[in-house]
Design a protein around this ligand. Sequence first.
Ligand code: ZN
Length: 162
Amino acid sequence: MSVLKVLYYPEPVLKQKAKAVTDFTKITSELIRDMVETMYAKAGVGLAAPQIGLSQQIAVLCPSMKKGEERFLINPVILEATGEEIGTEGCLSVPGASAEIRRATEIKFQAMDLKGKTFTEKATGFYARVIQHELDHLNGTLIIDRVDFVRRQQLLSTYKLI
Ligand SMILES: [Zn+2]
């Protein structure tokens, strides 16, 4: 197992829409183990493949931060989103920045598991927030793209000092 290098803004791969996974043999157990290890090493609750330089729609998350409770989402899409809530989010790719982001409180999503089997599930609260954050990564969107212009400038000026 190894901890992978996490890419930071403004790395171009973070701004690209990740490609849908079609060949599931490319999702090796080593890749998944490394992504999980990297997420924990950086104290994150989620990690999307573009953050390690892989433009594929793969995300691992673990909102409980308990080992063994990781979830894996391949090619995820949100089918329904209801409610609205503002909450603070950070991002491993924009270290030091935290922003108030508006998210749906309840979502219904579809994704594939590591073997390519499609499933549909509902998520609420913090779990729903983490999924929406990781889905943003797969679409090339970062938390700094989710705030207004003034806040974005503030975040980026702080970020550049780090
Ligand atoms: Zn992030």
